[in-house]
Design a protein around this ligand. Structure first.
Ligand code: SF4
Length: 386
């Protein structure tokens, strides 16, 4: 436990998430707060973000320097390297960025190929997460992506020429995808050498274009059992290749390549959310606050200060539980007891262990690969009833 004795807050990591809401094309499966890029003057949005940042600093006068900055979206690789450097300068002026902080940029392959990743590195980026999604042009076309297989491969090579610390994102469990087909593609990606992979199953959200196609019967999602088979294939191939899961969807060759930013979320650290629709979690005077910024860029530009909601102790504990079950490092049962004011239900724990969903080591509840597949269900089971 950190020195302060707190069970959440900046002792567990302090990060900043910046949401850049524009994309050159809106993908049919995307449920994020995104808008078509078009030809826009983006300077007013950056000015609003800086005002938002300064307001956060006034709200958090005693918070320490940042362990992590994450440019997410949307497509933050549409920012110029000058804009990235300008934002990072302002962030550093406001909060201080620790010398060893992780500074991640999510990048679209086309932007990697068109830009020069060395300019990103010069602007301060030290980790790039490449939205490859697939190495197959046909799958990329189905996903509505604006890059093809050649751009995906080129982007990985271009990033690797500049930065060791990088990640490749893939989407699997596409309609009709077979375990053999996925296994071939995953092995091919692993052979390209990225030290970190984020592997997400395609989820069909109701309000997306895919959701509407599914409602009409024009798109048939993979059955749950077939998805589970692909998940098993994923775990065994990544284990064999030395890229074990360190969280439900994330795999790393060594601990130094694990996403420090995501660890802040899983550990119930604090993070500032900057940009349209961004969410944050802040600890002030021992209380946990959820922040949320206006979703539409125009609304955010006219009023960049987020709304702030004080979370109850129970909501804080529930969030802690849901997040702490995800990484393989496991859920600290003593912290659970302090936050909920009750220990984890013994019968649920023994059922989880006897059914192969979890183990307990050194007061940490660690989900197995099968358990991680149903982490949300397990969180609901473990929640003490009022
Ligand atoms: S590029 Fe990413 S954020 Fe943008 S629409 Fe596609 S999936 Fe969503």
């Amino acid at each position: 436990m950190p020195d302060s004795g707190a069970d959440f807050g900046p002792d567990f990591g302090f990060g900043l998430y910046l949401h850049w809401p524009f994309c050159t094309r809106i993908c049919p499966y995307c449920d994020f707060n995104v808008y078509a890029a078009k030809a826009r003057d983006t300077e007013p949005l950056i000015a609003a973000m800086i005002a938002d940042l300064d307001a956060h600093r006034r709200r958090l006068p005693d918070h320490p320097g940042l362990d992590s900055v994450f440019f997410g979206g949307g497509t933050p690789s549409l920012l110029s390297d000058r804009q990235m450097a300008q934002i990072l300068d302002k962030v550093n002026d406001a909060f201080g960025i620790k010398p060893d902080a992780e500074i991640t940029l999510e990048a679209n392959p086309n932007d990697v190929v068109a830009a020069t990743p060395s300019n990103w590195a010069a602007a301060g980026i030290n980790r790039v997460s490449i939205g490859v999604q697939s190495l197959q042009s046909q799958a990329l076309a189905f996903l509505g992506r604006d890059h093809d297989s050649a751009a995906a491969r080129q982007a990985i090579a271009d990033v690797q020429a500049v930065l060791d610390n990088h990640s490749v994102d893939l989407i699997y469990a596409l309609p009709g995808q077979s375990p053999d087909g996925w296994a071939r593609e995953l092995r091919e990606v692993i052979a390209l050498g990225a030290p970190h992979l984020s592997l997400y199953e395609l989820t069909i959200e109701e309000r997306t274009a895919f959701g509407k196609r599914a409602a009409r019967g024009d798109l048939v999602p993979l059955e749950d059992d077939d998805q589970a088979d692909l998940y098993e294939v994923t775990q065994s191939i990544c284990d064999e290749a030395g890229l074990p899961a360190y969280e439900v969807s994330n795999h790393a060759r060594a601990p130094e390549y694990e996403s420090r930013h995501n660890h802040i979320y899983w550990a119930s650290g604090d993070w500032i959310g900057i940009g349209p629709g961004a969410h944050g979690r802040l600890t002030i005077d021992g209380h946990r606050f959820a922040t949320e910024a206006a979703r539409r860029p125009a609304d955010y530009q006219s009023s960049p200060i987020p709304t702030e909601t004080k979370l109850s102790r129970t909501d804080t504990a529930r969030e802690f539980l849901a997040m702490a079950l995800r990484p393989v490092s496991g859920l600290d049962l003593e912290r659970f007891e302090r936050l909920f004011g009750a220990s984890a239900p013994a019968t649920v724990l023994s059922d989880l262990i006897s059914n192969g969903f979890a183990t307990i080591e050194a007061e940490k509840l660690k989900l197995t690969a099968t358990g991680r597949l149903v982490a949300d269900y397990i969180a609901a089971q473990l929640t003490p009833h009022a």
